[in-house]
Design a protein around this ligand. Sequence first.
Ligand code: FE
Length: 151
Amino acid sequence: MESQNFKGNNWSARKVDPIYIVSVKDGSSIVDALTDFIKSQNIQAGEVTGIGAVDEATLRFFKPSDKKYVDKTFKEQMEVTQISGNISEIEGKPTLHLHITLGREDYTALAGHLLDAKIRGAGEFIFYPLNTRVVKVKNEEVGINFYDFEK
Ligand code: FE
């Protein structure tokens, strides 16, 4: 099996064709590191999963009634029990759409759309690239980016 190692400022990765194992550096923003990673490897579509630990996370809740986003930051040590997400192109840029489930010290969970989080401990991800380009376009009526397979 072919494998190859790569390195960025705040991530390192091993490619085992066509999948990548990615480690995000302690203290780094998950979204910054993984966006840099997908750009560096020219990943335009696919799936990502991850686990690890963070000491700060900002979640976003979308309210369809008024098309508003409500953001909330949690500053505490939390276990990342699951990150799931996908990669697509929005306004010409490779973009991650990530959701997260976080375990608190009292063993309860927080969950939602992930705006960003800071790794404190490990950040372990697996990327499953798809050999295509998918575009999302903002639907002004709903207030959300939707896939447009005609683009
Ligand atoms: Fe979302």
